[in-house]
Ligand binder design. Structure first.
Ligand code: ADP
Ligand code: AMP
Length: 214
């Protein structure tokens, strides 16, 4: 099963993608996590990506597409995968479609998690991310057992630089301009499903399971 998670930054894509990945036993591929790991490891890709991410801009398509196309050809993707944060532009969606067409495959579900912009700004201020394993929490809606310590790996949590309100506003503008057109793209391919992302995390998850038939 090949699933794409769509939605504004902070809509809950990563939260739900991790749950679906656990339930379905398929990998969760987050381009944001890949870039953050590269930044942490001091790679050339990380340095290039950081200059865009810090401003709330998108990393150029040419730095993203090959990376994802390579990743989905790895052995653990044989039975499917969940893409979180990719595609984010029409050229990225076209690159993915071309790569899948070449091997006679297609995306099964593009799940759009809908959350109004006002909710997003509040959510992002409360998001905390683990510097070790990338797990995501929320100070009110999904707190850790011990304050500021990851439940999964014990590393400390941070407020992402790009989750500060000024940057979130830029990221929402970028989302509406460049990523929202993907909703029409996947509607035309008859794989789009919409979910109300303002519901509880459990309800969003059960709605998604119903859509994908898991
Ligand atoms: P995205 O991957 O789309 O950027 P996340 O999954 O990281 O978004 O979620 C953004 C923030 O909102 C996180 O702090 C997360 O814990 C919280 N969150 C996710 N889903 C919900 C929900 N249904 N209700 C309230 N908070 C949520
Ligand atoms: P995310 O963790 O998905 O919120 O992504 C964080 C940041 O990484 C984004 O604001 C972009 O700067 C960058 N990024 C992640 N995925 C992509 C992508 N598919 N295309 C371009 N930039 C991306």
């Amino acid at each position: 099963m090949k699933i794409i998670m769509l939605g504004a930054p902070g809509a809950g894509k990563g939260t739900q993608a991790k749950r679906i990945a656990d339930k379905c036993g398929i990998p969760h591929i987050s381009t944001g996590d890949i870039f953050r790991a590269n930044i942490k490891n001091g790679t050339e890709l990380g340095a290039k990506a950081k200059s865009y991410m810090d401003k709330g801009a998108l990393v150029p398509d040419e730095l993203v597409c090959d990376l994802v196309v390579d990743r989905i050809q790895q052995k653990d993707c044989e039975n499917g995968y969940i893409l979180d944060g990719f595609p984010r532009t029409i050229p990225q969606a076209e690159a993915l479609e071309a790569a899948l067409n070449a091997i006679g495959q297609k995306v099964d579900f593009a799940i759009d998690i809908e959350v109004p912009d006002d909710n997003i700004i509040n959510r992002m201020a409360g998001r905390r991310a683990c510097v070790g394993c990338g797990a995501t929490y929320h100070i009110l809606f999904n707190p850790t057992k011990v304050e500021n310590v990851c439940d999964v790996c014990g590393e400390k949590l941070i407020l992402r630089d790009d989750d500060k309100p000024e940057t979130v506003k830029s990221r929402l503008t970028v989302y509406h301009d460049q990523t929202q057109p993907l909703i029409d793209f996947y509607t035309e391919r008859k794989v789009l499903a919409e979910v109300d992302g303002t519901q509880s995390m459990d309800k969003v998850f059960s709605d998604i399971l119903e859509i994908i038939g898991a």
